[in-house]
Design a binder for this molecule. Sequence first.
Ligand code: ADP
Ligand code: GN1
Ligand code: MG
Length: 364
Amino acid sequence: MAKTKEELLAILSQFDLQEKVVSAEPFGNGHINDTLKVTTEKGEIKYVLQRINHLVFTNVDMLQHNIHVVTTHIREKLVAKGETDIDRKVLTFLPTKDGKNYYFDGDSYWRVCLFIPRSKSYEEVTPELSYEAGKAFGDFQLMLSDLPEGTLGETIPNFHNMEFRLKQLREAVSANMSGRLAEVQDIVDAIEKDADTMCSAERFYREGKLPKRICHCDTKVSNMLFDENGKVLCVIDLDTVMPSFIFSDFGDFLRSAANTGKEDEADLNKVKFNMEIFKAFTKGYIESARTFLTPLEIEMLPYAATLFPYMQAVRFLADYINGDTYYQTRYKDHNLVRTKAQYKLYLEAKSATPDMKAYINSLL
Ligand code: ADP
Ligand code: GN1
Ligand code: MG
């Protein structure tokens, strides 16, 4: 439910802010939380207020604990490296006046962080920005690699587990809550044909061949802030930071960045896999992550580039069949349009696999 300006200011007054604030307006275009930018009396955007989607993140204590651990740990690493301008290189969350890291108004959960000034987020990136992003996500994983096991909880259990996502799709198909199944049967069948192959990461994990590491798990382009010179300032949207295969961060970035069309592109001819973006991102990622990646992780990077559009198609389709209960949608068939676009991207990435392999081999 939308809040009035007065209600938003009352929520903000619960936080320990250094400056008087006068308004909070919608910001960004995420599908899950509600994000608002907060302006001070001096007319400066100083804070970001977010309403946490607690139907998606059901354990808000765990969620906010994870974010606290991650931001504190990264801050310590940046200090140790002698970095300057640290408030623009890691998110800073502000406590409530009674020292909690979120505020519950009896209905919704809220948090506040500092707005990072002179920063930009993109929906589309150039090869130069992709190279920087690859380095930054590799660095992000590296900085968090020494967190002791068990420090972070799984804020959404099985979040990037392909077997689990297919199980959810199959449950949606059996229940056919919205009566939309007949219309999408072809795409369900097409997805099922590749299901076994796409679950290979889970099989390798069970066989002890693949590790899980702390990953960001929502590395779409818009979840990174760049400075005025195209250098990465920091990674944002930390709700999903949790143990996963490194494929999560590699594959999900390419899912948004290497798509020549939009995530919800209706004209499928516009959806192609951009090899230049793939190359630049992969180069940056391997440069910073090489020290910890295993040969199997590297070998499976092209699989990761196909896995994420495939998984996203499965998730959008399940939501469509369930009657649009998870993702925020803007029109009736939005989740179906998204499904088709992601499935098309999956096919495009699949046919680019030999080229991806050849490029990776040339880097090693
Ligand atoms: P969502 O869950 O809505 O995707 P995000 O945390 O990704 O939420 O924020 C949405 C957008 O708001 C981002 O893409 C970015 O442009 C902007 N943004 C979020 N946090 C900050 C911040 N601390 N400083 C500057 N811009 C931010
Ligand atoms: C959601 O919050 P946002 O819009 O960055 C989703 C991601 C999907 C993405 C698809 C918690 O991310 O997993 O990949 O939409 N986040 C959650 O655009 O489900
Ligand atoms: Mg986001």
